[in-house]
Write a protein that binds this ligand. Sequence first.
Ligand SMILES: Cc1cc2nc3c(=O)[nH]c(=O)nc-3n(C[C@H](O)[C@H](O)[C@H](O)COP(=O)(O)OP(=O)(O)OC[C@H]3O[C@@H](n4cnc5c(N)ncnc54)[C@H](O)[C@@H]3O)c2cc1C
Length: 338
Amino acid sequence: MATDVAHTNPTTTPPLAADVAGTAFPARAKAVAFESPTRDVMHNAARWEIKCLDHGFVALVDAMPRLVPQGQTADQAIVQAARVSYGQGTKQISEDRGLIRYLLRHRHTTPLEMVEFKFHIAMPIFIARQWIRHRTANVNEYSARYSILPDRFYTPTLDAIRKQSKSNRQGGEETFSVSPAPNAQSPAPSSEALTAQDFLAYLDRAEALYQDYLKLTDAGVSREMARMGLPVSVYTEWYWKCDLHNILRFLSLRMDGHAQLEIREFATAMHDLIAPIVPMTMEAWRDYDFESMHLSKLEIAAMKSAKAGIVGPIATQNKREQAEWEAKLASLGLVKGW
Ligand SMILES: Cc1cc2nc3c(=O)[nH]c(=O)nc-3n(C[C@H](O)[C@H](O)[C@H](O)COP(=O)(O)OP(=O)(O)OC[C@H]3O[C@@H](n4cnc5c(N)ncnc54)[C@H](O)[C@@H]3O)c2cc1C
């Protein structure tokens, strides 16, 4: 376990000599030391890694700022940037936590872009396809044209195989019932258990194509073509760097219950790795974004015309929108009056 060792930076005489040839700063550049001792927000670790799925991981490999004044967090870089833009105006909201909460509430997001995180991630290709849609990150991916893909395929456990959702065309929710009923007369597996087993057998057959992939590349087929036959459950890897503003956007979309369960596991790992580095920002994000609720104009109108705590429907013929309104009322503990 890495420890949180303070850096005792010289406060008066910064190091001027370069220990690697060619890395000295030009003579006309002036070194300015930190004003006070600093701490490494990553606790001096090379990386912090959380395992995901069966072979995946999210590893935090770097952060900006990496060094912050002792006793502070990287939230400080956001506050510092905001104070440049607000100048004297921050006197009313001068407390750091209050300022960050103000920024998040009012969607003043550019100060959040002053913080960046770099991750090394291994995930199945079907997850990478969803992830890459977040265009504001900088990405460098493993090249399966250049190198052989490692033998790593995602296989869910039998009891985690989800059925197609009836209400959401894009989702799976309930899992197949795979364990025999406690009072079952026959030891034969149920039809649900058989379907789940069939699904795993199908993934096994797809994974077995890896042997053909190796054989064909050995026989001289180019790697860029041989990979065409591999399933999207094969793992890829990338370095992914993004500023905090866009990471929060990614987390809002990919930790949400509408996102696919597998990418939620990665997004949650990413959240857990950055939360200790920018705790004030993450708290404000949960309060004003992730765990908050957006009300449309129609929903506000329905709320305003509620009588004795009983709220009516919204003025729409759209069944899905009405159902979403019902779900919001239920989560608010309000009685629906229709
Ligand atoms: C539950 C779920 C289901 C989805 N289903 C589908 C689907 O069925 N099909 C599909 O194709 N996609 C789907 N997506 C992907 C989705 O449409 C977005 O592409 C993805 O979530 C990335 O969001 P983003 O564009 O906000 O992110 P980013 O690309 O990170 O962009 C962040 C923000 O930057 C700005 N920005 C970025 N690039 C530009 C640009 N070129 N011009 C102007 N502004 C820009 C925008 O404000 C944008 O919101 C789904 C996403 C989720 C979460």
